[in-house]
Design a protein. Structure first.
Lengths: 354, 354
C-alpha cells in the first residue's frame, strides 16, 4: 500500500482515484485552485458532479490550500490537470518532488518548441522544473483508451504507462493495476504522447462524417457515412505514423493502445466528436465553438499547434511537404474558418502507402 | 468506356455497379444460380430488395442463364460472390478468362492450405483454374471500408485495389474511380487480403463490449464499454499485424484502409458486430447463431479457420505460441461454445509491444 496524491479534481484525475483505491492505496485527491466547487461537492457527499459516481472508500478529497498536508509522506504523485495547467503544476509541485518519487500525468497535448519541432507535455513539465530537479525527475504519462466515466465505473480497459525510466514504469504499473485496469509499459514516451495528443484532433475529423450524413438528411444507423469516417480514420493512422516518426517516436504505437485504440474511444461521443459533427453539419468553427461554449476543445487546440507548425515541419525535412492533407484541412477549418471539403483525393499518398 | 461484367448480385456486387456506371462504363450485373429472385426484382423495378436504392442507368441485370450473352466483348470482370462461392466462380468464369482480361473480386476469406498456412481467396481462385490459365490470370481484390449500402448511395470512401500485377491494378484503379470512390493500389495482395478477412472476426470481438454493457444494465451512450471495445480494437490491430507477417504480407496494411479502416467500419452495425453483441449478452454461440438464422456469419467462419489453424501456426514457428490470445478466445467461444471471458491480462504481450 502506498500513499498516492492525485493533483487535479477534474473528471480524469478523479476517475483515476478508483483503480488506485481498488489497488489498496491511500489516495488523496487534491483540487487545483480552479477545482474548489468540485472538492466542496466531494467533501459534502463524495460524488463528483460531472462523473456521477461516488468516490471509493480510501480516497480523501483535499482543497488546494491543503496541498501541503496532502503531500505528507507521499509515495506516488499523479497529475490530472488540463494541458493549460502543465506549467502551473510544475511550479506548484516542484517543492515536493525528488528523484525517488514517481510522478505520472494524464495531461495530453503538444507544443511547438523550438519552432519546427513538437514537444510532448511531460517534457514541457520537466522544462519548467528548477535546474536541480530537471534531470532527477522523469515524469511518466498514461496513454490508451481512458474515458473517465468508464474508469470511475470500473469498466475494463488496457492502458500504457510511458516514460524514460523503465524501473519507474514497472513500479507504477504494479502500483496502479487492478483486475479491470490493465497496465502495459513503454519507454517510448514520445511515440505514446504524440498519439495521445493527436487523437482528439483526428477524432474530431472522424466525427465530421456524422454531421455530413445528418446535413444530407440521413438518419443514424448501419448505413450512414461510416465508409467516409473509416477512410478518415485510416488516413488519421497514416498521419499519426508520420508525425510520430517526425518527433522521434516509434510508429508501432499507432496500431496499438495509444494510437488506434485511443482514437477509437475518442470517436465514441466526447467533445471532440461533437465538435466534428457540428463542423460536418456546415457550421463554421466560430459558430461551432459558440454552441460548445464552456467546453475545453483540446481537438481544436492541437490542430492549431500541429497545423500551425506544418509549414516549418515541412521546411525542416521532418515531413514530406503535403504529406498531412487531413491535418492541413483541419487547420483550414479551425484557423481559417473554411468549410469542410474533405480532401480524399490527397489521402494515402504514394510515399507512405505500402 | 469499358464493358464491365459484375458476377454476383448480392449487396456488394450490386453496390459496386454504382461507381462503375458513374465512371461511364457499360455494366452488366449477372446473378449467380442463387440470385434468381434478386435479378428478377432488378429486372422488374431496378431496385435490389436488400439495398433499397435503384440501379443506376447504364447497368443491365442478367440471369445466370444469360451469362454467355453478358460476357460478349467483356473488358473487365468483377466478382461479387460469397466466400463459399469462390471455387464455383473459378469454374464458371474459366471459359471466359484470358491474360489481358482484368479480374477483381470483393470476396473475403481465408483457408488453411496447406496445413499450418493461411491462403487468401484470390489464390484459392487461381488454384481452381485450369493449368493453362493459372499463371496467366492475376486476380485483384478490393480492401478498405466498403459498406455496400453506402457505396450504392455514393457516400465517399477510399479503397485499396490489391493484386500482384501493378499495371493491371493501375488500369483497374483508373477504370473504377469516381469523385466519391477513391481508389488506391497495392501489390501486397496477401497483406490487404489477410486484413480484409480478419476484420469480420475482430469486429465481432469489439462488438462483444456493447453486449456486456447491456447485460450489466447499461444504456448506450458516451459512457458505456467503449474503453473495453477500444482495448480489444488495439489488440485486434496487434494480432492482425502478427498474422499479416506470418502470411508474408506487409504489416503497414494494419494502420491503413484494409486494416484499421475496414475494422472500424465493420464495427458500425453489420452482422459481425451484431453477433458480438449477442455473445456479450451471454448467449452461447449456438444460441446466437440461432437468433441470426439466415445470416452468413463470415466472422465465425474466419475464427474457425484461423483459430483452428493456430496450433499449427504456433508449432510451425510462424507465430510465437500464445501470441494471439484474442483469436484463441474467439475460437473457444465459437468452436467450443465457451462463454465470453475476455483475456485482457494476456493482451499486448511483451514481445510485440514497443
Amino acid at each position: 500500500m502506498a500513499k498516492v496524491v492525485v493533483v487535479g479534481a477534474g473528471m480524469m484525475g478523479t476517475a483515476l482515484c478508483t483503480p488506485l483505491a481498488d489497488a489498496g492505496h491511500e489516495v488523496r485527491l487534491v483540487g487545483t485552485h480552479l477545482d474548489g466547487a468540485w472538492i466542496a461537492a466531494l467533501k459534502a457527499d463524495r460524488c463528483h458532479p460531472k462523473l456521477g459516481v461516488p468516490l471509493p472508500d480510501g480516497v480523501t478529497p483535499f482543497g488546494f490550500e491543503e496541498i501541503r498536508a496532502a503531500m505528507t509522506d507521499v509515495e506516488v504523485i499523479a497529475v490530472g490537470v488540463s494541458s493549460a495547467g502543465v506549467r502551473w503544476a510544475a511550479h506548484v509541485l516542484a517543492p515536493f518532488l525528488r528523484r525517488d518519487l514517481p510522478l505520472i500525468a494524464v495531461t495530453k497535448g503538444l507544443e511547438e518548441s523550438p519552432p519546427g519541432a513538437l514537444r510532448v507535455l511531460p517534457d514541457v513539465f520537466s522544462d519548467e522544473l528548477p535546474a536541480t530537479l530537471r534531470g532527477e525527475v522523469a515524469p511518466a504519462a498514461i496513454g490508451g483508451p481512458c474515458i473517465a466515466g468508464e474508469i470511475a465505473r470500473r469498466v475494463p480497459t488496457s492502458v500504457v504507462f510511458c516514460g524514460r525510466d523503465r524501473a519507474t514504469l514497472d513500479y507504477l504499473a504494479v502500483t496502479c493495476a487492478t483486475p479491470y485496469y490493465h497496465v502495459h509499459v513503454s519507454t517510448d514516451l514520445v511515440g505514446v504522447e504524440v498519439c495521445a495528443a493527436l487523437k482528439n484532433s483526428y477524432a474530431m475529423a472522424v466525427g465530421i462524417g456524422a454531421g455530413v450524413h445528418e446535413r444530407l438528411g440521413g438518419a443514424p444507423g448501419p448505413v450512414a457515412h461510416h465508409n467516409y469516417e473509416a477512410a478518415i480514420f485510416a488516413q488519421a493512422c497514416l498521419e499519426m505514423d508520420l508525425l510520430v516518426r517526425a518527433c522521434g517516436g516509434d510508429p508501432r504505437q499507432v496500431p496499438h493502445l495509444a494510437g488506434a485504440g485511443d482514437l477509437l474511444v475518442t470517436t465514441s461521443g466526447g467533445r471532440s466528436s461533437r465538435l466534428g459533427r457540428l463542423l460536418g453539419l456546415g457550421l463554421s468553427f466560430e459558430d461551432a465553438r459558440a454552441q460548445m461554449a464552456g467546453d475545453t476543445l483540446e481537438s481544436a487546440d492541437t490542430v492549431r499547434v500541429v497545423g500551425g507548425a506544418l509549414p516549418r515541419l515541412y521546411a525542416s525535412g521532418r515531413l514530406a511537404p503535403g504529406s498531412l492533407p487531413l491535418m492541413e484541412h483541419l487547420q483550414e477549418i479551425i484557423a481559417l474558418g473554411r468549410p469542410v471539403d474533405m480532401p480524399f483525393g490527397r489521402f494515402f499518398g504514394e510515399p507512405a502507402a505500402p
